[in-house]
Design a binder for this molecule. Structure first.
Ligand SMILES: [Zn+2]
Length: 423
């Protein structure tokens, strides 16, 4: 139906100013996480817009989650526009929480300022821009008179930046997003307008505590230094484990290139007395460190953890008094859209139609809500595709290019049309 496709693209162009003013409104609600400010205002703003577009709108408060409090309620919004036939359900999901503005801005981070064809503000790139694009992709279909066979759902969810447990995970745990109910999911995270992101590596956050014995600092040989022992563990990681990890490469197309390998980062290290306090001569009897291990889909979590346990055992075997505890803090399994995904095929086609370029297929260096769709809801046909530039996420003077915004809206509109089908 070539003339319908052309009408849809024309409607996106015609909607440009309306979409930009809606995005300005979104950016002016400072949904900063932590702590999770103004979520209800933002959910209402999205819900009202979806109602105007003919969606049935539901609000889901994350009852039962400890972070859902009276001062910082966790409110998600889900809109559904029923199809006229028996087509599949296409779900577009965006998180509307943003990280704190931080220092170094030259514009108001919550002003929605437009300059040189760019819209500036915290969340413009990650990912209120993508959310606006998803909402207006449907609006363009509606105004073009498309009669869709399948249902279109659009959700605005909370807390992605802190793990998404009161957001997408909550909706999945409560059956609002589920295999059999949800067929294809587009998450317009900022992975660049000409790239399709099919998944991400796994995450294993863990804590190691070394335990020593306190003694007078003038006779350290009478005690056991937990800091020295943590040092031995860190050294073993650097000299023995890091080279092994760096030599492993995944088949997944993770960007940037350096993230195609296994990695390990030390997030935090605390031992002995607080450095800012008054010092007394003591051997440190406690040292604690937090680690961020990113593992490959080919490795799997069990093997990644076993390797850490083995390194700790070997180090303890070499140093007689070394005592440690290992605690798991967070485990995220790797996810990847299946080969032959209809969503990926359609996005590829739409991107070449709109941008006249062959899209790159990539995987994300970090995780996003894809994990909850795949792991909790069991919805496998999920990708990230959106207008923002990956490198600008969480930076000062974050912006979204307005042409990218419009182009990604066109891509999402055509892909929704392909997947939902017409009656
Ligand atoms: Zn994001």
């Amino acid at each position: 139906m070539p003339d319908l496709r052309a009408r849809v693209l024309d409607q996106v162009d015609a909607l440009r100013d309306e979409m930009v003013s809606f995005l300005v409104e979104l950016l002016r609600v400072p949904t900063v996480n932590p702590p999770g400010d103004h979520y209800e205002d933002c959910a209402q703003l999205i819900g009202k817009r979806l109602e105007e577009q003919g969606f049935e709108v539901e609000y889901h408060a994350a009852e039962g989650r400890p972070e859902h409090t009276a001062t910082h309620p966790r409110i998600n919004v889900v809109g559904a526009r029923r199809g006229e036939g028996n087509g599949p359900v296409v779900h577009i999901n965006g998180h509307f929480d943003v990280v704190p503005a931080g220092e170094g801005w030259t514009v108001d981070p919550f002003g929605g300022e437009i300059r040189d064809n760019r819209i500036y503000g915290r969340g413009s790139c990650d990912m209120k821009g993508g959310l606006a694009a998803g909402i207006f992709a449907y609006e363009a279909l509606r105004r073009a008179g498309a009669r869709l066979a399948g249902t279109v759902e659009i959700s605005g969810t909370v807390d992605e930046e802190s793990g998404g447990f009161a957001g997408v995970a909550w909706l999945a745990e409560h059956g609002r997003i589920a295999k059999g109910r949800t067929d294809h999911v587009i998450i317009p995270e900022p992975l660049n307008v000409d790239r399709i992101c099919i998944g991400h590596r796994g995450v294993y956050w863990f804590e190691i505590l070394t335990k020593g014995r306190i003694a007078h600092g003038c006779m350290p040989f009478l005690g056991v230094s937990a800091i020295d022992h943590m040092g031995a563990i860190l050294e073993a990681m650097r000299l023995e484990l890091q080279p092994v990890l760096a030599a492993r490469t995944t088949e997944m197309p993770v960007v940037p290139e350096g993230a195609r390998h296994s990695t390990l980062n030390v997030n935090a290290l605390v031992g002995g007395q607080p450095a800012a306090g008054i010092q007394s001569p003591c051997v440190a009897d406690r040292c604690r460190a937090i680690f961020d291990r990113r593992f490959l889909i080919e490795e799997g979590f069990e093997a990644a953890k076993a390797e850490i346990v083995e390194l700790l055992e070997q180090t303890a075997g070499r140093i007689p008094d070394l005592e440690y505890e290992l605690d798991d803090l967070m485990i995220v399994h790797p996810v990847q859209a299946p080969a032959g995904s209809p969503l990926v095929a359609s996005l590829k086609h739409s991107i070449s139609e709109v941008l006249h370029t062959e899209p790159d297929i990539v995987a994300s260096p970090g995780t996003y809500d894809h994990k909850h769709f795949a792991r909790i809801a069991g919805v496998e046909d999920c990708v990230a595709y959106g207008p923002g530039i990956l490198d600008l996420a969480h930076q000062p003077d974050e912006y979204c290019d307005l042409d990218d915004l419009v182009n990604s809206t066109k891509v999402m509109a055509l892909t929704t049309l392909d997947l939902a089908g017409t009656v």
